[in-house]
Design a protein. Structure first.
Length: 518
């Protein structure tokens, strides 16, 4: 048995077609891994810069009303393994206290010069190349022995059919495993020598899980090719049938799953959400105008309301004056408006959940269930979970942001920020509209150009000074710890591949016991 394994292993690795495919997959693995780490470096630098800028901006605010915190999703180095769905979601959520809802955006994109190539992640390479390598190594493992007339001679010796069968399977599996091991070794070395990637236990676990998943994925294709090699007496027929099954499982099954699943973009639903939210905002703006007319407009009319377009940090946002009439009117205005803003925010979230997130989660659940019937879809799903680029990871980030939003609102409630003088204006020394301030315009509602220029210089200087607010307890965004369900789902996927391979091998062994040498 050992001699057969050594002989087949040597012959498999000596085949030109296998050597070409092996070199191809190793070269692609090296190139994509290196480019992927540089892409991660660029994204991580942008992430750290944006995070630092956001934190600095928070602590430079002079008034509560100008605080615009952000929740930014950190890029994952494991996206080299599988891009997943992270490019379909925003990775930066901006929270505006004046309007309560948030807006999503992307703070980093792929390098435009390598974007087309870098989108080729390792999971895609492994799906196509290791499946075809497994087939090409195995499709004639038994039929070739019959065609050469060596099968009868082998069974004249003491070797049994079972030993011969497993020796062929083991030699094919070892041949593919050698290429897989070298590929994984390349990935590990690239991760290890990259100074901007922390090679911690999470990276190690991900690489080991990816290695185990790829081996079992290859084992499945070896079981398919072994079965066709036993079922069909001709090597050419075995190859044709194996490739036909390969195309069906690689292209047809995933296409059928996507067809059954339907569209996940929800284009029409998103339009409906936008229209619904537009209607809500029209009603909000109308009521907001009525509240403003009630509390603010009379002060403007009587020139008791002070404002200036050079608010610290936000040039276009008004700075509400601290004179007693303005202060009282502003508190009344916000106390009336804030409950309505919170209600509008909850309405917007409810519409988005009902029309988009809940249907999307149902489709994702269906997709996960259907992927159990397609080894290619299952492999891709498992790669996304290993790389932390699945829908589940994106939803976890969204839930983290909602928690962050609630923490911010709770922070302002405890500080009674809406009723605070610092919600509307900085301390008096920062406010040039105070009656005795040397920069106070003669007509606060219509400052001259010279007065505006002096005010602009004054506010530019104020922006560079330390914050007048105490934000030492202000909540900063933190991504929650990794979900425990991730490892469980990966183990389930591995067990499914093992089960599928064992079933096919069992059928193949049963057929081989009654194999005809003629």
């Amino acid at each position: 048995m050992n001699l057969i394994i050594k002989k087949d292993l040597y012959e498999n690795l000596q085949e030109t077609k296998i050597q070409i495919l092996a070199i191809t997959v190793l070269c692609l693995t090296l190139i994509v891994s290196i480019l992927g780490t540089y892409e991660y470096k660029a994204k991580n630098e942008r992430y750290l810069s944006e995070k630092a800028s956001n934190t600095e901006q928070l602590y430079q605010n002079k008034i509560y009303a100008t605080i615009h915190p952000e929740a930014i999703k950190a890029p994952t180095p494991l996206s080299i393994i599988c891009k997943g769905v992270e490019q379909d979601f925003g990775n930066c959520y901006t929270f505006d206290l004046l309007t309560i809802p948030y807006s999503a955006s992307k703070i980093y994109e792929s390098n435009q010069y390598i974007e087309g190539f870098i989108n080729l992640d390792l999971s895609t390479i492994f799906i196509w190349l290791f499946s075809i390598i497994s087939i090409l190594i195995t499709y004639d493992s038994i039929s070739k022995e019959r065609e050469n007339g060596t099968l009868k001679l082998l069974f004249v010796s003491r070797i049994s059919k079972t030993e011969f069968f497993f020796s062929k399977v083991i030699s094919s599996f070892l041949s593919v495993t050698i290429v897989i091991f070298i590929s994984i070794l390349i990935i590990s070395i690239v991760f290890l020598i990259s100074p901007w990637i922390q090679f911690d236990r999470h990276i190690v676990f991900a690489i080991l899980a990816f290695f185990a998943l790829t081996m079992l994925f290859a084992l499945f294709w070896i079981s398919i090719a072994t079965f066709t090699s036993i079922l069909l007496k001709s090597s050419s027929q075995s190859l044709i049938v194996s490739l036909a099954i390969w195309l069906v499982l690689l292209l047809v099954f995933p296409t059928v799953i996507k067809t059954v699943l339907g569209d996940t973009n929800f284009i029409n639903e998103k339009k409906e959400i936008t229209l619904s939210q537009d209607d809500i905002m029209k009603d909000y703006n109308k009521k907001s105008g009525e509240i403003s007319d009630k509390y603010i407009y009379p002060l403007i009319k009587d020139q008791k309301f002070s404002t200036y377009g050079g608010s610290p940090g936000y040039d276009q946002q008004p700075l509400w004056g601290a004179n007693p009439p303005t202060m009282q009117a502003a508190i009344q205005f916000y106390n009336t408006l804030n409950p309505m803003k919170n209600d509008i925010a909850n309405q917007k979230f409810a519409i988005a959940d009902k029309k988009y997130l809940i249907p999307l989660k149902h489709k994702i659940q269906l997709n996960n269930q259907l992927s159990y019937f397609s080894p290619v879809s299952l492999f891709e799903q498992m790669c996304m979970r290993i790389a932390k680029t699945s829908y589940s990871d994106q939803f976890a980030f969204l839930n983290d942001f909602k928690t962050y939003r609630d923490q911010i609102i709770d922070f302002f409630a405890k500080r009674r920020a809406y009723d605070s003088r610092q919600w509307f204006t900085p301390e008096p020394e920062y406010y040039p509209y105070s009656p005795n301030h040397p920069l106070c315009p003669k007509d606060p509602m219509n400052p001259t150009k010279a007065e505006s220029d002096k005010l602009g210089e004054y506010y530019s200087k104020i922006r560079q000074e330390k914050s007048a607010l105490d934000l030492s307890e202000f909540p900063l965004f933190n991504i929650s710890s990794e979900s425990n369900n991730g490892e469980k789902n990966i183990l389930i996927g591995l067990l499914i591949f093992v089960s599928m391979s064992l079933i096919i091998f069992s059928i193949s062994l049963y057929k081989f016991r009654y194999y005809s040498f003629e």
